[in-house]
Ligand binder design. Structure first.
Ligand code: COA
Length: 328
C-alpha cells in the first residue's frame, strides 16, 4: 500500500510584523533577531483563528487533491493552540468544511505535531481503516506568547498548513514504492520543562486559586543544543529505514525554528544548504504549521519533482522529534 500526499495548502494571517515593527514595541532590534535566528518577520492573527486558517489551508489541499469535503474519511489536526478546549480543532475543521463523513481528532506534539499527525494517518491508511485523510498543522501561537519576554515572543508566528493523504494499492511491477516510505519519531518527557506553557490551574470549590495565566517560557540554549544533536540523528534513522542514503535525498524540509539550527543540521549531515529551503525569514516559527506551510510553498515553487525524495522533520516541546522520508 502506498500512502501519498495528493494535495497541500496553507494560510497565514494578513498582518505581517517585521523585526523593526517589534523594535518599536520592545527593546529588540532587527540585527539581534536576524543574526541569531534568520527571522525577518512573522504573520500575527488579528481576526484570524486557528480553525479559520486550518480550514482555509485544508480547502486548498482538498481542491488540489480533486476531492470534495464529503469524501474525506479522516481528519487529524496537530495544534498546541486550538481555539477551544472543546470541541477539538479537527472537529471544528470538519464542521467548517462540511466533511460530515470524516472521523476527526487532534494530536498534541508541539512543533513535531505535523510529523506525528502524518504518521498517525499513515498507520490508519496502511491498516485499511480508511482510504484518505486530511492532516493539519495549525497554530495561533501569538495568544500564548508573553509579549513582555523579548527572548521568546520575537521567534514565533501564526498560520496553518494542510495535506491530503491517499492510500493506493501498490503496483507489483512498480520499481520503487512512492509516498511515505518511512517515519521515525521520538520523545523525551524528562527534558520537557525547557519549553513549556502551563495549562489553567486547578480551580474548583475546594481550591482557592488566583494563579495568573501561563505563557510560553523557554531555555533557548538548551532547546538549541537538543535540536542540533537530535535532528540529524532522526533524519539519518528515517533515511536508513527507507533503505536510502542521505546523499540521495533531494530536499530536507525542516521545522522552521532557527536558520542556525538548520545550518548546523545540514553541516552534520554533510549536505549543502541548497537542499534545505526555508521560509522562516517571512513567517518565523509556527510550531506544528511550519513543516506543512514549507511543504506547500516549496511544492508551489515547482521545487519537488515527480519521484523526488524528500525528508520532513520536526522537533520541539515535549521534547518531541520526528522525521519522514517520502518519494513524491
Ligand atoms: N532582542 C535583543 N536582545 C535580546 C533578545 C531580543 N529579542 N532576547 C534576548 N536578548 C538578550 C538577552 O537578554 C541576553 O542579554 P544579556 O547577555 O545582557 O543577558 C542576550 O540577548 C543573549 O541572550 P541569549 O539567550 O544568550 O541568546 P542566544 O544567543 O542563546 O540566542 C535564542 C537566543 C533564543 C535565539 C537561541 O537560544 C535559540 O534560537 N534557541 C533555540 C530556540 C528555538 O528555536 N526554540 C523553538 C524550538 S521548536
Amino acid at each position: 500500500m502506498n500512502v501519498r500526499i495528493v494535495g497541500t495548502g496553507s494560510a497565514v494571517p494578513k498582518l505581517r510584523v517585521t523585526n523593526d515593527d517589534l523594535s518599536r514595541l520592545m527593546d529588540t532590534s532587527d540585527e539581534w533577531i536576524k543574526s541569531r535566528t534568520g527571522i525577518e518577520s512573522r504573520h500575527l492573527a488579528v481576526e484570524e483563528t486557528t480553525t479559520g486558517m486550518a480550514a482555509e489551508a485544508a480547502g486548498k489541499a482538498l481542491q488540489e487533491a480533486g476531492m470534495t469535503a464529503e469524501e474525506l474519511e479522516l481528519i487529524v489536526a496537530a495544534t498546541a493552540t486550538p481555539d477551544r478546549f472543546l470541541p477539538n480543532l479537527a472537529c471544528e475543521v470538519q464542521s467548517a468544511l462540511g466533511a460530515k463523513n470524516a472521523v476527526a481528532f487532534d494530536v498534541s506534539a508541539a512543533c513535531s505535531g505535523f510529523l506525528f499527525s502524518m504518521n498517525t494517518a499513515d498507520m490508519y491508511l496502511k491498516n485499511g481503516f480508511c482510504k484518505n485523510a486530511l492532516i493539519i498543522g495549525a497554530e495561533t501561537l501569538s495568544k500564548i506568547m508573553d509579549w513582555n519576554d523579548r527572548s521568546t515572543c520575537v521567534l514565533f508566528g501564526d498560520g496553518a498548513g494542510a495535506a491530503v493523504l491517499r492510500a493506493e494499492e501498490t503496483d507489483s511491477t512498480e520499481a520503487q514504492p512512492e509516498g511515505i516510505l518511512s517515519t521515525v519519531l521520538g520523545t523525551d518527557g524528562a527534558r520537557g520543562m525547557v519549553l513549556r506553557c502551563d495549562n489553567r490551574p486547578v480551580n474548583n470549590p475546594y481550591v482557592q486559586n488566583d494563579t495568573a495565566l501561563s505563557y510560553v517560557s523557554m531555555n533557548g540554549q538548551e532547546v538549541y543544543k537538543f535540536a542540533v544533536k537530535t535532528v540529524p540523528k532522526v533524519i539519518e534513522a528515517a533515511v536508513e529505514k527507507a533503505g536510502l542514503a542521505v546523499d540521495k535525498i533531494d530536499l530536507f524540509l525542516l521545522h522552521q525554528a532557527n536558520y542556525r539550527i538548520i545550518e548546523a543540521v545540514a553541516k552534520r549531515l554533510h549536505q549543502p544548504m541548497e537542499k534545505f529551503p526555508t521560509n522562516l525569514q517571512e513567517y518565523g516559527n509556527i510550531s506544528a504549521a511550519s513543516v506543512p506551510i514549507l511543504l506547500d510553498n516549496v511544492k508551489n515553487h515547482g521545487m519537488i519533482k515527480k519521484g523526488g525524495k524528500i525528508v520532513l522533520a520536526g522537533f520541539g516541546a515535549g521534547l518531541t522529534w520526528g522525521a519522514s522520508v517520502l518519494r513524491w
